[in-house]
Design a protein around this ligand. Structure first.
Ligand code: ATP
Ligand code: MG
Length: 869
């Protein structure tokens, strides 16, 4: 069965059990402080488990893109070495949000595997949770009894907390789980070792395929468990592993999920899969990593030098480095795989096809730049080796290469061993650890548990209509970090404060207690589905009723920039073309920033055209048309632009100004005339194929023009109030150039005269033509004179002292034949006489100069030089 059909069958099976099929969420997380990427199918549904979002469908099924490359679930180092862990993989899931529980989850998983997919029961094992005394958790006899009906008891194994109690992270929803494993070894192997002994023992052919999690607890900050308000089912089956079983192969890389990528790699690099372990690992690493990187970019996370972007950059670099070392690829090549990937995955994941060109460009540029780094690093490594006494290279030096140039440590070790050197690995590890500790200490954040004042399912946002309202605090907690010290996070029953999102910064303002006390809200953020207000303190009486007031001036300035961003987006598509896709934005009270896909610099004419396009719409005084709660499909039919990588609900909000229609949760002006004026203040590149425009509006634009005007007045003033300052400056520049030329030719003339004078003062002493004199000219001119004299006069010994801008210089020129015959050394002479002018210098034996700060010593130096004859 083809992988496409396997995915489809899974989804249709659960659809037949009344589950709604939903698409995969973006892999990139934007409003979760504990996680950068979706690492399990449950992540996009976390809020349902925590009771922080209203449940619309109680049964859902999906195939979710997951990435396990950082944090609690990090498989990166295994990937490619083994045959069944990936960075990016699809997790097939069926979900019950407070609906069915263990019984159905177990029965249906069995039905699907053995009856629909017809997997032989004799290759399956299941595990259940054995309990854990320290947590006060009992053995899951319920699950045991349910499995007993399907499978013989010798195939039901007990598992400990590590394998059979599923937790997403240090905090959050969790619960006991029951896993299904397959044993796909040959009969011969099975006869030797029973499969039951190999379950959860990292055997590549005895692997877990499906995990059924019985979600019923929440892990709190202090490590204790509390019951969730409802019981839920969260299951996750590795799609690629299921394909391996159903396609009768022994490795995920032999399924049709990977073979097209591996074939493409074989033909591009001329190697063959399955011949050498080293090459096979490289092929697996690259075919795996290109998927992770391509989907991350398509979901809006570009490679970069910090945070989530750096994680993506490191994955790609790992792939490049394997290609470089084991496949001998010295030029960008991985980007070419994106075509194959898009052919193969594009049906189910349209984001990859729609953004193919961008993804390729970004990967290609990253490859090229890292290959340059590798080239430089090899040179630096040679220097390190040259500077090494003995045969062991210092770990600190290797760390420097790793840290500042991103030079992979395993590559360093490999090259060293090829050259007969070893690496002090302990020293490297120590340096690495030191750095990790530093950054951990800086990033560390302690979160207390929420103090719940009032149970409240959903915090209502009323900030589109009100900037002021009466609120109650429903919960709060203290958060302590090195960076910000102690802060409090407050959640209200309803709020006018806009939480940072969609590029727009969060509102600030204040809370006023009933006795008139004021507490400042310094920022507002969204965490999962909660709107969190940040304050430096707690109110004296948290259960009071407060007046919540948004800083209206700040909000109005942000509104200007947000609405202008929509008009800019529209302008870019009109002026540059519809290939323009939004790739990120920032909107605050001061300015707006907009990143978008486009392949060349935006020209000055295009900038003007874009500004005019936006300003025309400001002048048209377009009213805001807001569609606050319309079905997604209706918005799309109206022509609204949706962004890849954004999370949209079933109903959406659409913002329209004239023909600009976007799905957007941000705040906007009532009429475009409020924006007053739009001015682009910067344009540049962010990555290959991604440009950035920065712009200002409203009073900020006005201040900009006023400042420009003042400067122009000042310029005109210093140009004697010229009518046309541009013309006046051009003619000044022309005049300046002409004068420079004139000075140059005058100086040449002067040098000629001086040379004549000098020539006549040369003395002959024992066959040496000697001249020591003072010439107050710059060092370059004296050098020219010395060489010219040397060309005209044989056996010349020339020495000059000069004063220029209060500094002294010495120049010594000695004919080459004199140097050879008599052993003179101009370098030595200027070094020694340089002391008289409190300076130093050097050069070659026939020509040297010195500089110093004491012109008073010049005449003594000129007198003394005779002594060297
Ligand atoms: P393993 O022990 O094999 O690493 P796990 O316990 O980490 O698996 P879960 O967190 O329970 O796995 O994830 C559910 C399912 O997702 C697993 O049963 C497996 O089929 C699949 N899976 C987990 N990690 C990966 C990965 N890195 N690559 C591919 N599939 C994976
Ligand atoms: Mg794992």
């Amino acid at each position: 069965m083809k992988s496409q059909d396997i995915r489809k069958k899974f989804l249709e099976f659960f659809e037949s059990k009344q589950h709604k099929i939903v698409p995969s969420a973006s892999m990139v997380l934007k409003d979760d402080p504990t996680l950068m990427f979706v690492n399990a199918g449950m992540v996009p549904f976390k809020e349902y488990f925590l009771g922080q979002r209203k449940i619309v469908n109680t049964r859902v099924t999906d195939s979710q893109k997951c990435l396990r490359v950082s944090g609690k679930h990090n498989d990166l180092e295994e990937v490619g070495i083994d045959t069944y862990h990936h960075t990016l993989f699809e997790m097939l899931g069926n979900w019950s949000f407070g609906d069915y529980f263990k019984q159905e989850a177990i029965d249906w998983s069995w039905e699907l595997l053995t009856e629909v997919f017809k997997i032989d029961k004799d290759i399956l094992y299941v595990t259940i949770f054995e309990g854990d005394e320290s947590e006060g958790l009992v053995k899951d006899t319920e699950a045991y009894d349910m499995w007993k009906k399907h499978i013989s008891e010798d195939r039901i194994l007990l598992g400990n907390k590590k394998d059979n109690f599923w937790e997403m992270g240090a905090q959050g929803p969790c619960g006991p789980c029951s896993e299904i494993h397959v044993d796909i070894r040959s009969a011969e192997e099975k006869a030797k070792t029973p499969g039951a002994d190999l379950v959860n023992m990292d055997h590549p052919q005895v692997v877990e395929i499906w995990n059924l999690v019985f979600m019923q607890f929440n892990r709190k900050a202090d490590g204790s468990l509390e019951n969730l308000p409802n019981q839920h089912i969260d299951t996750g089956m590795g799609f690629e592993r299921l394909c391996m079983v159903l396609q009768g192969v022994q490795s995920n890389y032999d399924t049709d999920v990977f073979t097209p990528l591996i074939h493409e790699l074989e033909s591009k690099t001329g190697v063959v899969y399955g011949k050498s372990e080293e090459i096979d690992i490289a092929l697996r690493v690259i075919s795996d990593h290109v998927r992770a990187v391509a989907f991350a970019i398509a979901d809006g996370q570009l490679p970069s030098s910090t945070g989530a972007g750096y994680v993506i950059r490191r994955i790609l670099r790992r792939a490049i480095r394997y290609g470089f070392t084991f496949l001998n690829q010295k030029e960008a090549f991985i980007y070419q795989l994106v075509d194959v990937l898009s052919n193969q995955m594009g049906d189910y994941f349209p984001e990859i096809t729609a953004q193919k060109q961008l993804v390729k460009n970004v990967i290609k540029e990253e490859e090229a730049s890292f290959l340059r780094t590798l080239g430089q690093g090899l040179g630096l490594l040679d220097n390190v080796i040259a500077g090494t006494k003995g045969k062991e290279v210092s770990g600190d030096k290797a760390f420097e290469l790793y840290d500042t140039f991103g030079f992979p440590i395993d590559l360093t070790a490999l090259i060293l061993s090829e050259k007969g050197y070893s690496l002090n690995e302990a020293e490297f590890e120590a340096a690495l650890q030191k750095q990790k500790n530093r950054s951990r200490a800086a990033a560390e954040m302690d979160m207390d548990d929420w103090v719940i004042l009032k149970e409240d399912a959903e915090e209502e946002f009323v900030g589109y209509d009100y900037l002021e309202t009466q609120v109650k605090i429903t919960r709060y907690r203290k958060v302590t970090s090195k960076k910000d010290g102690e802060l409090y996070q407050l959640v209200f029953n309803l709020t006018p404060f806009y939480p940072e999102g969609g590029g727009q910064v969060g509102d600030r303002g204040f809370l006023e207690a009933s006795n008139g006390d004021v507490l400042h809200i310094i920022d507002t953020k969204k965490e999962n589905n909660l709107i969190i207000h940040i304050a430096k303190d707690l109110p004296k009486n948290p259960t009071d009723t407060f007046k919540a007031v948004v800083d209206a001036k700040n909000r109005a300035l942000s509104n200007n920039n947000h609405s202008a961003t929509h008009l800019l987006h529209q302008a870019l598509r009109a002026v540059l073309g519809t290939h323009v896709e939004q790739k990120g934005s920032l909107v605050n009270a001061k300015y707006l920033r907009f990143d978008f896909s486009h392949f060349s610099k935006v020209t000055a004419e295009q900038i003007e055209e874009i500004e005019e396009f936006v300003n025309a719409r400001i002048r048209e005084k377009l009213d805001l048309q807001e569609f606050r709660n319309i079905p997604m499909q209706q918005a799309i039919d109206k022509g609204a632009m949706a962004l890849f990588g954004e999370k949209y609900g079933d109903t959406v909000r659409m913002i329209q100004f004239g023909n600009s229609k976007e799905l957007c949760g941000g705040t906007h002006v009532e009429n475009t005339s409020s924006i007053w004026h739009f001015k682009i203040s910067g344009e540049g590149a962010v990555a290959a194929g991604v440009r950035r425009i920065e712009a200002i509006t409203g009073t900020v634009a006005m201040d900009f023009f006023l400042k420009q005007d003042k400067e122009l007045v000042a310029v005109k003033g210093s140009l004697k109030n010229a009518k046309d300052p541009v013309k006046a400056i051009t003619s000044l520049q022309d005049e300046n150039a002409a004068l420079k030329k004139e000075i140059e030719s005058l100086l040449k003339e002067k040098a000629k005269n001086i040379k004549g004078d000098l020539k006549s003062s040369i003395q002959e002493i024992n066959g040496i033509n000697f001249l020591a004199t003072r010439i107050d000219m710059n060092a370059g001119a004296i050098k020219d004179i010395a060489h010219e004299l040397g060309g005209e006069v044989d056996n010349l010994f020339f020495f000059a002292g000069a004063e220029n801008d209060g500094k002294a210089t010495l120049t010594s020129y000695i004919a080459k034949n004199l140097v050879e015959e008599k052993g003179y050394d101009a370098g030595k002479i200027v070094r020694e006489l340089g002391r008289l002018i409190q300076g130093g210098g050097g050069g070659q034996k026939f020509f040297a100069t010195a500089g110093g700060k004491n012109p008073a010593g010049l005449s003594e130096a000129i007198d003394k030089v005779k002594e060297y004859l």
